[in-house]
Write a protein that binds this ligand. Structure first.
Ligand code: CP
Length: 309
């Protein structure tokens, strides 16, 4: 297929064949990161702006590394050092950045829909690097690449996503993405952290982690998003951990060849025990490595493709 999409706003928009093209392109890019000189000239002369209004370790850094490996110029916008602190709006900020002619703007914002809004007001390509509790498409794509590497396929697998589903953009993007690729997705967590009507997204719903992880090929643990919660949705973190943490005892209920994932940041001892996070079934750092390849693929496709020498 020929890539035609201008923006990457969410997994909801992407067709299965577009997802396949991104994953295949990312697979071909992985080798570049193992070279002595980790750079190809493909995006020479292009400019990528990282416009992050929320904190990030993995996503911002890997977009920057991805752009640099493709020889693009990268600029990181820091909210605290910008005129946002003087009251400038999102749209004005983006329009002023666009007046400097970047090719791609990668943005993260606490408001769901912010990247969609920007895509209407600027001419650059927009990549959503996380908007509120809405979507985080590049995370879902790197998760899919990691599963494909581990299991050799996507179709027919069973994925259990455990934790704070309501406030997780990672959960939403993964549900959209994995179900499109023929994966059976189930979610589990306290009833207060599971959205009403989530079954309509085509997932199975469980309220006990033990039931959800049984027979799962992949278990994806999520952080409790305290920064997005309003009101008290469970008594204490200690109790949450007692009922929903993935520890060695619960891991015994899972399949022998289960794969353990987490998008990060991890709260060790709350949603996942250190022994599981660092154990033989964990691919948490593989996810981070694959983040660079997936983000290289997204930048490359949005920049119009080209030679990879
Ligand atoms: N997974 C993820 O989005 O991590 P960061 O918040 O560190 O970017």
């Amino acid at each position: 297929m020929i890539w035609q999409r201008k923006h990457i706003l969410g997994m909801r928009d992407l067709e299965a064949e577009e997802i396949n093209l991104i994953l295949e392109t990312a697979e071909s890019f992985k080798e570049i990161s193992t070279r002595t000189i980790k750079k190809v000239p493909t995006m020479r002369g292009k400019t990528v702006v990282n416009l992050f209004f929320e904190p990030s370790t993995r996503t911002r850094t890997s977009f920057e590394i991805a752009a640099k490996r493709l020889s693009a110029d990268t600029i990181n916008f820091t909210v605290s050092a910008s005129s946002v602190s003087k009251g400038e709006t999102l749209i004005d900020t983006a329009r002023n950045i666009e007046a400097m002619n970047p090719d791609i703007i990668v943005t993260r914002h606490s408001a769901g829909g912010a990247p969609y809004l920007l895509s209407k007001y600027v001419n650059s390509s927009i990549i959503n690097a996380g908007d509120g509790a809405h979507e985080h498409p590049s995370q879902a794509l790197l998760d899919m690449l990691t599963v494909k590497e581990q299991k050799g396929k996507l179709k027919g697998l069973k994925l259990a996503i455990i934790g704070d589903i309501s406030h997780s953009r990672v959960a939403r993007s993964n549900i959209f993405g994995f179900t499109k690729m023929g994966v059976e997705v189930r979610v589990a967590g306290p009833a207060t952290l599971i959205p009403v009507d989530i079954e309509k997204m085509g997932v199975g719903v469980f309220y006990r982690i033990e039931q959800a992880i049984e027979e799962a090929d992949i278990i994806m643990m999520l952080r409790i998003q305290m920064e997005r919660q309003k009101g008290q949705l469970f008594p204490t973190l200690r109790e949450y951990s007692r009922f929903y943490s993935l520890d060695l005892k619960r891991l015994k209920l899972a399949k022998e060849d289960v794969t353990i994932m987490h998008p990060g940041p991890i709260n060790r001892g709350i949603e996942i025990s250190p022994e599981v996070a660092d154990g033989p079934y964990s691919v948490i750092l593989n996810q981070v490595t694959n983040g660079v390849a997936v983000r290289m693929a997204l930048l490359y496709l949005l920049a119009g493709g080209g030679d990879l020498d």
